[in-house]
Design a protein around this ligand. Sequence first.
Ligand SMILES: Nc1nc2c(c(=O)[nH]1)N[C@H]1C(S)=C(S)[C@@H](COP(=O)(O)OP(=O)(O)OC[C@H]3O[C@@H](n4cnc5c(N)ncnc54)[C@H](O)[C@@H]3O)O[C@H]1N2
Ligand code: MOO
Length: 390
Amino acid sequence: MISVEEALAKTLNLVSELEVESVPLQEAAGRVLACDIVATRSQPPFASSAMDGYAVKGVEVEPYAMFSVIGEAAAGHGFSGTVGAGEAVRIFTGAPIPKGADYVIIQEDVAVRGKLITLDSEIENHDYVRPLGDDFAAGDRIQAPRVLRAGDIALAASMNAPTLQVYRRPIVALIATGDELVIPGEVPGPDQIIASNSFGLKAMLEEAGAQVRLLPIARDTKPSLTQAFTLAKSADLVVTIGGASVGDHDLVADVAAELGMERAFYKIAMRPGKPLMAGRVLDVPMVGLPGNPVSSMVCGQIFLVPMIRKMMGHPDVLPRELTAKSTQDMPANGPRAHYMRAIISEDGITPLLRQDSGLLTVLSAANALLIRAPHAGKIDAGAIVSYLPI
Ligand SMILES: Nc1nc2c(c(=O)[nH]1)N[C@H]1C(S)=C(S)[C@@H](COP(=O)(O)OP(=O)(O)OC[C@H]3O[C@@H](n4cnc5c(N)ncnc54)[C@H](O)[C@@H]3O)O[C@H]1N2
Ligand code: MOO
């Protein structure tokens, strides 16, 4: 058995960044930018007004000064003339500052009579002019790599970049295995249960950015598993669920071996998740998850999500572990790293009472995985422990 850290390094080694593709701006959120975005224009492209008011010459601004209004400048429709001494142009937010003017008096500080304005006794000492290129100048860049958030998309749009270069999303083929499984909505036979892991994993991996194909459930026979692997050949990552352990019907390792699997490892010092395996099958990176529902979801979180992130070009692939005070005493841990389903709140972190890897109710109630290292000693309530939010 190898450690979680070794297994993580080996699973990450199986994959690399995928190719770069062009996507429309509207579809780029959450993707990782692969090439710098270069602004093809400055913003604003002209000095512009930050307020509704009157554009004048700044040197003429003083209490009770009077100006005659000679025209109007609105956003999208500038004033074509020049502002002279004693003159003002009615101006609105976003409009170009007219020639000759360099100051905007907000309309709240002005008394208007026909075409004449008089400044109040107190005037704000602020020109309300946004200079040309105040936000960015032509040639400025959004640097890659970068995970594109909503604010970045707005900035890229403003830079007039209609398509962006991003890493491709990985295609993941998910193969649930087991004669006992039927899909949700079907009527299970007396010895059957509903397949849950593939649906939970699909949600998890899609949230991480993957495109997930749910393959038909493979039966516990070699031909059925062989067919499933063959169907998955065009994916960037094949994930099997179940059949990973040592029982007579756990055939994933055997079938993968018959298909020439280059095995990276089998079995890790982790709880849940001991029978995890990984390698390449039919030249496709493959991870074999244990079937117990919580085991497969926890392994998905710890191993698959970082693999997806690496393929998508993320600069940081590993989740950042956080720390909190344990609200409970805890006994010494055994030889496997324990990822305990737990609840993090302002009081600290509390491991849930039942940790059996078949309990999806417990996983659903948890919002964190409390991490106990192999052979960690016993701790008292109040001790600092590591966790991952889930
Ligand atoms: N003698 C031993 N028995 C087991 C060991 C061991 O070391 N020695 N390891 C245990 C551990 S730990 C785990 S985890 C499980 C993993 O076994 P498999 O990967 O072979 O999984 P299965 O036997 O196929 O299934 C286990 C369990 O999970 C249910 N299952 C499977 N797939 C799904 C699915 N897609 N959706 C919902 N539930 C699923 C399945 O019905 C079983 O109940 O092995 C232990 N045994
Ligand atoms: O490791 Mo198993 O995954 O404990 O249930």
